[in-house]
Design a protein around this ligand. Structure first.
Ligand SMILES: [Zn+2]
Length: 65
């Protein structure tokens, strides 16, 4: 499984009451959804593109799905 596939899998699992996924880059922070926009190709099907940000100050990496 590629990292990109893993991130997509993680993103689709995110729900308000679930624990945030651990950042795959640093393994310490957690990924927060900071932006959700309709997917440019599949938005009509209800697919969203998520922007995730690691909450670890030393990392803070942005990830787009
Ligand atoms: Zn991180």
């Amino acid at each position: 499984m590629t990292l990109f596939e893993e991130l997509n899998r993680v993103a689709t699992r995110i729900a308000p009451n679930e624990a945030l996924p651990v950042c795959p880059w640093c393994g310490a922070g957690h990924l927060n959804v900071i932006e959700e926009t309709p997917d440019p190709n599949f938005g009509a099907l209800g697919v969203s593109s998520l922007t995730l940000r690691c909450d670890a100050s030393a990392c803070g990496r942005l990830t787009k799905t």
